[in-house]
Structure formats: structure tokens, C-alpha cells
Write a protein that binds this ligand. Structure first.
Ligand SMILES: [Mg+2]
Ligand SMILES: [Zn+2]
Length: 184
């Protein structure tokens, strides 16, 4: 884990908001249920001067369950909610594509490349990737970042979860716990 953290990459579903059951997607603000303490955790990162970037796979767009504009509208509402608590996310990036045929669906690197284009000062040695699935941990590792697995609810775990836990540099019950212990 880096001693000095400058950027935290966050997965969205299962880290910031409740994960939908397998095969379902968050298609509207009404379905976006922020997890307890996430606004405070992000606010803590903001006050420490740490850049907070969300990188998220949103395959439901490719499947026609929602649109790019719909995903962006959810992110805008979430940002409003965070700002009301004195917190903010510096940028959101998402992959709207299906499983094959793009370069941005995690664990592929496209979302990180977009972030690095917008924030050229990002360095992987001072970045942490926090996610709740194997694709997140692989994505972070592919980019040479320290990785943190959020454990979440046992019932939402996919079969490959055990592998994610082995590969991750650390694991915590929730984002607030990870922030409290990693960047005190
Ligand atoms: Mg997730
Ligand atoms: Zn993509």
C-alpha cells in the first residue's frame, strides 16, 4: 500500500451504492441506493487532498436497459447529494459496452487511460484501486496499483470472489472502513 496516496480509484456498484442482484442494473436514481457512510468517507479523502475518481462497468447500456445520458444523470444526482455533505467526486468514467469488443470494460485499461488523459499528474505508485469484484482487482493490478477489495454482503458474491480476495493487497468490509484504516 502506498504511504502517500494521491488518487483513489473507486468502483461504483457495491462500493458506493448497493449492488443490484446479478443480471440487474441500476437504471434510475430511484434504484441508486448509496451505502452508509460513503459521503463522509469521500469527504475525508477530499479534505486530505486525495483525488477521487469513479471507474465503473455499466453493461446495462449495451443491453438497452439504460442510456449513457441516464447513467450520467445518476452520477449528477449523486454528485449533488455528495456536495450537500461537503464531499465530491473529481470525475466519473464508465464503460457502456458489452463484454467483448471494447478497450474500456474493466479489467481492460481504457477507463484508466481516460482518467490519465484528463489528469496527467496521476501516478500509479501513489494510487489505490478500491472495488468489490475480481475485475476491479485485476484492473488495478494491470495498472500497477495497490488494490483493495470491499467485502460487502456474502450473498452478492460471485464465484470468483475468493480469487479476488487472494489477489487484493487488502480487504475491508466497506469503503468507510477502508478509508479510515488506509488514510488515517
Ligand atoms: Mg462493483
Ligand atoms: Zn467499454
Amino acid at each position: 500500500m502506498p504511504k502517500h496516496v494521491e488518487t483513489v480509484f473507486l468502483d461504483r456498484d457495491g462500493v458506493l451504492n448497493e449492488k443490484m442482484p446479478e443480471g440487474r442494473y441500476v437504471t434510475s436514481w430511484e434504484e441508486f441506493k448509496p451505502l452508509p457512510g460513503v459521503a463522509q468517507a469521500i469527504g475525508s479523502l477530499n479534505r486530505m487532498g486525495i483525488r477521487v475518481i469513479v471507474v465503473s462497468n455499466q453493461r446495462g447500456v449495451a443491453l438497452g436497459r439504460m442510456t449513457n445520458a441516464g447513467v450520467e444523470a445518476i452520477h449528477a444526482r449523486f454528485q449533488d447529494l455528495l456536495r450537500a455533505s461537503g464531499a465530491h467526486i473529481d470525475a466519473f468514467y464508465f464503460c457502456p459496452h458489452d463484454k467483448e469488443g471494447c478497450d474500456c470494460r474493466k479489467p481492460k485499461p481504457g477507463l484508466f487511460l481516460q482518467a490519465i488523459r484528463d489528469f496527467p499528474e496521476i501516478q500509479t505508485e501513489t494510487s489505490i484501486f478500491i472495488g468489490d469484484s475480481l475485475s476491479d482487482i485485476e484492473a488495478g493490478r494491470n495498472f500497477g496499483m495497490a488494490t483493495v477489495l470491499i467485502l460487502g454482503n456474502a450473498e452478492g458474491r460471485r464465484p470468483e470472489w475468493e480469487e479476488a480476495r487472494k489477489l487484493a493487497d487488502a480487504s475491508f468490509a466497506s469503503l468507510p472502513e477502508a478509508v479510515e484504516l488506509l488514510v488515517p
